[in-house]
Design a protein around this ligand. Sequence first.
Ligand code: PGA
Length: 243
Amino acid sequence: MSRSFSCVIADNADHFADLAARCFVDILETIPQPLVTLPTGLTPQGFYQALIRDYAHRHDLWASACFVALDEYMCLPADDERLFGAWLTRACLDPLRIENRQFFQSDAPPHAEVTRMERFLAENGPLDIAVLGLGANGHIAFNEPGTAFDKGVHLMELTPASIAANALYWGSADRVPQRGITMGLADLIQARHTLLLVTGAAKAPVLRAALQGPVTTDMPASYLQTIKNVTILADRDAASLLT
Ligand code: PGA
């Protein structure tokens, strides 16, 4: 288990969103110019709404923060509505007026984009706060089972599991792009603070495996056991198998 690992458990969806927003802001307030990455997905939606409702007026926080993308689909045009960057822009970057944004460019040559983002992280990293979701198979961003813990920014082909999970967002599997780019676990391991957001009974087995099972690349999220300053924000259902 990590040296300063805490688990905050919410009673219901509203409580989860409020706790997550409070926890994030509490960390943000301690860092003068935080470099922050944020997740897409269904889990963080209430969190973003709570941030907008309760903290949008905190221009001091948002003006000093720099957002850097966690992952993205590749080989899509810059105006494609499925881009994670577009999603986050709608969900929180525009409403909170976080102006300093470093997206992956989906329409750039993929290998050049890896180099560009690696350079950005080398010059501006490490992350101050990584807010993350947990995949049903233990993935973190597009780091699927089998990804080495020492891998940095990289390209990947979406696995059948990722395509199935992403089909929920876009209506059908054939609307899910096939190629992705992601920060690697080597980038996330260096984050000064990590918040993992997990909800729902379906995630209970994977949350338990990630936090209380072996540390192994078969379960990418198990790297969380090896780093400092990890906060798990879970609802009762997701936390139900933790001991
Ligand atoms: P979800 O996605 O929040 O939609 O469950 C989490 C993830 O796959 O990272």
